[in-house]
Design a protein around this ligand. Structure first.
Ligand SMILES: [Zn+2]
Length: 320
């Protein structure tokens, strides 16, 4: 096993430090494990085994930002508290691919930089999971569950899951050095568990409801399953080491399935938000419940405070 720079420079056999940078089934195309920031940036335009990982998340982050801006400009979002959870969700959709593309870009500056980069990546992914929970709580819950006990505890548990999954995913990087399989298993659990919890209301509707939006939710669910499968199995490069070093390896496919899945999730949420509006609002018992269940505490007030003005943020806490 040898290591090559993007330019093709031969760097010698993989030592114990460099081994940490190695991916299963990927033989060539590695960048130097002590690259400068400038080298990392330049490598974005060179063909390495990270180039497609970077672009498959960098471009979608701008697509999702375009969606976010389009949503902001298309309606009176500031005056419509019902739309704020979707705004919070869209912001997390922009954040996670951007954090990931930055992590893939700068992860070869040093071992410490690699850990820090992926810690940020995992935190952004956990935030996206929380953003999904905020949107599901507002728009996806089955009518018969709205206002019930599970609905009341759904978001607080999702917040705890976010803290738990981020901690577990970060710890898995440290455990991976000693026991690679255990580290990988912990990371799969860290991302699969919050997704499964967040999707409980969705799974119920997929099982018992029909219609166009259910099909769109179904596509998102299939793609989420495929994403998890690719991440866990390292296919196809595991079957043909060296053949997918630059294009077509599992991490690139994992990125692509993830963002296409997010796109379907966004479409389905947008449809649910519009079609179920009057019935969802009517089925909630009182304004205080609306505040709690639609996640304004968690999402909308934060984005009001951060993006608009303090008064608007405070309004978010009292369901204007
Ligand atoms: Zn990635």
């Amino acid at each position: 096993m040898v290591l090559r720079k993007a330019s093709g420079t031969h760097l010698g056999p993989l030592g114990p430090l460099v081994q940490v940078f190695r991916e299963k089934g990927i033989l060539f195309g590695y960048r130097h494990p002590k690259s400068s920031a400038r080298d990392c940036l330049l490598s974005v335009f060179q063909m390495t085994n990270e180039t497609m990982n970077i672009w498959t998340h960098f471009l979608p982050s701008w697509f999702f930002l375009w969606k976010l801006l389009g949503f902001l400009l298309s309606r009176e979002v500031r005056a419509d508290g019902y739309a704020w959870p979707f705004l919070a969700y869209l912001a997390t959709c922009c954040a996670y691919p951007l954090a990931s593309s930055l992590a893939h870009t700068f992860s070869t500056m040093s071992l410490r930089a690699r850990h820090v980069c992926y810690f940020c990546d995992y935190a952004a992914l956990a935030l996206y999971s929380l953003g999904s929970a905020v949107a599901y709580s507002a728009y996806v819950f089955p009518h018969e569950w709205v206002g019930g006990t599970f609905h009341r505890y759904y978001l607080p548990i999702a917040v705890l899951n976010t803290v738990f999954s981020t901690s577990l995913a970060c710890y898995s990087r440290l455990a991976e050095a000693e026991r690679p399989k255990l580290g990988k298993g912990m990371r799969v659990l860290a991302f699969a568990y919050p997704y499964l919890f967040d999707s409980i209301p969705l799974f119920y509707r997929l099982s018992w409801c029909q219609g166009g939006v259910i099909r769109t939710h179904g596509w998102h669910t299939v793609l989420a399953g495929l994403t998890c499968f690719l991440f866990a199995t390292h296919l196809p490069e595991r079957l043909a080491p060296g053949l997918f070093d630059y294009v077509g390896h599992s991490h690139q496919l994992f990125h692509i399935c993830g963002v296409v899945g997010t796109h379907f999730q966004m479409l389905a949420l947008s449809t649910d938000m519009t079609d179920r509006r009057s019935r969802l609002l009517a089925s909630l018992p009182d304004p205080m419940a609306k505040r709690d269940l639609f996640g304004t505490d968690l999402g909308s007030a934060f984005f009001s405070l951060a993006l608009f003005e303090p008064e608007a943020g405070l309004k978010g806490w009292t369901w204007a």
